[in-house]
Write a protein of this length. Structure first.
Length: 153
């Protein structure tokens, strides 16, 4: 046991005497073991220093990853804008070719397609509503039958 720990242990014994506390042999062994197990400040300082270095390295690595992510995001944004421009050019060329051939412009086709979609949705809604009406009617019929049935006691 180090001199510091022996002095601390002696101080604990003096405190116990001053408070009129009697320590059993087992309690004294526990105190001595506890004093021996106290960590050395040099070890703690070394671990703290290593931890700070790890934290600094992780901060640096995180900064590098964030910079890479920002660069990738910027590149993806540019690629998306380029794809969008190519699609716009393709649509313009297609509309121009259709106009030269005498075909209807795509806006007219879009309106006709919208009408077909609207009709399909209306038919689907009507079919679904008819199914719901049938379910409600059958539920009402079951309720009516249950109220008409005589109650047995």
């Amino acid at each position: 046991m180090s001199e510091h720990n022996q002095d601390s242990l002696a101080g604990l014994y003096q405190l116990a005497d001053a408070l009129n506390l009697t320590l059993s042999a087992g309690e004294k062994q526990i105190l001595e073991a506890w004093m021996r197990s106290q960590p050395q400040t040099g070890v703690i300082d070394k671990v703290l220093n290593q931890t700070q270095h790890l934290i600094e390295r992780e901060k640096q690595r995180t900064s590098e990853l964030m910079a890479q992510a920002k660069a990738s995001e910027s590149e993806l944004q540019q690629n998306a804008e380029q794809r969008e421009a190519v699609i716009r050019q393709w649509l313009a060329a297609k509309q121009q070719a259709a106009a030269e051939v005498g075909a209807r412009p795509t806006q007219t086709l879009g309106a006709e397609q919208a009408e077909l979609i609207r009709q399909s949705v209306d038919e689907a809604v009507k079919a679904r509503m008819q199914g719901l009406v049938q379910q409600v009617e059958s539920a009402l019929a079951l309720l009516a039958q249950s109220h008409q049935a005589p109650v047995e006691h």
